[in-house]
Design a protein around this ligand. Sequence first.
Ligand code: SF4
Length: 265
Amino acid sequence: MILEAKLSPSRAADFQRCPLLFRLRVIDQLPTAPSAAAVRGTLVHSVLEHLYDLPIHERTEVTARDMVEPAWDLHLQRQPGDAVVVADGEREQWIANAQNLIGTYFQMEDPQRLQPAGREQFVQHTLPTGLSIRGFIDRLDVSPEGLVRIVDYKTGKSPNPRFENSNLFQMRFYALVLWRRDGTIPKQLKLLYLGDGRSVIDEPTSADLEAVEGRILNLWDQITEAVRSQTFEPAPSRLCDWCDFQPLCPAFGGEPPALPMVQLA
Ligand code: SF4
């Protein structure tokens, strides 16, 4: 396979977390079963995206809660395999849990006072080194004065502030893409944790974003070196508990498949 010079926040996070995890996901492209939390996140994101298709006066909590069940049915038509995340007889509770997250959203923002400039928006910029940095932004707001805000919805609870860095890295990654692409630093980055109603706001400086750029370039250097040396070491941590690849991981007595032929684009 050809490894193209492109990086998203999630793939960058994979490599930072564990080079072997990155390899199995990106190079071997091994499929993984969807987790219930991930599928519920997709569902809630879909409702919050399409809520803003409605006329302003129709963006009520009742309407948004009523959007959850049709959105789930539509999701299952597109991704029938995801039905397995809901056990028989638990559909009602599943829908109610997603509706509760939507209810929390309405405690945090008033969608009747917002008109996003973008939703689920793909953004991309190619750095002078040739590395394409990219990703999907949940929501982009632009004020009448032209100030840009990047908004990201998290359907889990907010992490201990000591572990917030990975989410802030993701947000600054997007801010860097927009800054390098458009020449203007986004004014505000806003993380909304629907699991507990907490929000985190960041106002990045040029020094913050230059630091993120340096980190990204350094990461890509490490990835290309791993490809050249054909070495993707496991990096055990407490996050291994949530890793789908434990059975293939030498740190847990497993053996990964032979590394596919891989070349850098
Ligand atoms: S189990 Fe841990 S060390 Fe092994 S691949 Fe997964 S994250 Fe890496």
